[in-house]
Design a protein around this ligand. Sequence first.
Ligand SMILES: [Zn+2]
Length: 398
Amino acid sequence: MGSKKVGLIYTNEYQQYNFGEQHPLRPLRIKLTYSLMEKIGLLNNESLAIIEPRMCTREELEMVHSTDYIEAVKKLSDDPKNKEILPYKYGLGPGDNPIFKGMYEASSLVCGASLVAADIVWKENDFRFTFNPAGGLHHAMKDKASGFCIFNDIAVAIKHLQKLDKNIRIAYLDIDCHHGDGVQWLFYDDPNVLTISLHQSGKFLFPGTGDTKERGDSEGEGFAINFPLLPGTSNKMYLKLFRRCVPRILEAYNPDILLTQLGVDTHFNDPLTQLGLSISIYRDLGQTMETCATDYCNNRWLAFGGGGYSMTVVPRAWTIFLSKMLHIDLENKLPESWIREVKQNVPYEEVPYLLWDRNDKIEVQLLSHPEIAKKMIDYNKQLIELCEEKYIPALSKI
Ligand SMILES: [Zn+2]
């Protein structure tokens, strides 16, 4: 068991997925992530294999996206000034998803990386886990871009796995602060794809969906599960819900493989969101995912990156997730050389000196506002009850 390998899908070419200097999704975060993984010593671990991705083909994109949309992305990618295409029809243009030259190739590479990750974890017996940190583009829809996501690499990987084994049962767990809407809607009527999303409630955040009432459609009814969380949710509340619900959902569904979207925009410092988590929670989440993958998901775990807009949080969080895949307990410190690199590249963020941080402020705030704290705890309890009384029994029937 211990000799089984972990695959990290990586290339410097990920830097090409770049909406420009003013955009919050900066490819620098992937570069700093790889650099921290290297400097902290994970990349020369004997169980780790670094694997080059490939571009995915047009046929592979067509498993998920409409020909019309793929064609539009390709034309605008070749010539961003192309006047034949109405970009807004496809969710492209100034705003969330600005057009950039080469965006077709950059997006196809991210999808290809997720396909390589899927192939390895599914077909090669000596691999248990794979991680594509550039992936996780969960908002992209069949015929439009959305929320910084052009092509939905997760959905493409799921379709690919279904081609490799038509009866495969997949559990998709999305911890990004935003609802995993693209993946949910694309497999909404499919009982062989269970989607679980924990996110800041759509009442307060893009994309506005992810209500508890969204449970799947026709054959897929009962196979979409949503946990919409309140702004300010703390580590303590989140962990209680996660530990009480996620392992039991996975145990009840007993899938052939676990897929996770590891967005870390749930961090209290994230500029786009309002949850109150700190990096220390990702150690617990990573550990729980590892145990669940081993015990309930046939020992297979395919992980994607996702959101996260603090350039100092993303590298630390994803380094922690990779360490959990490798069964390594990292110490709470950072290599000097990486701190220097952060100082040079991210002068606008506070320099971190520890691998994980805590958010003590939120616990103090909750203590000084007991009535708000009580409301939040009660709300969290309701979600747990809903899961225990409805979601899990529905899965246990199959
Ligand atoms: Zn997000």
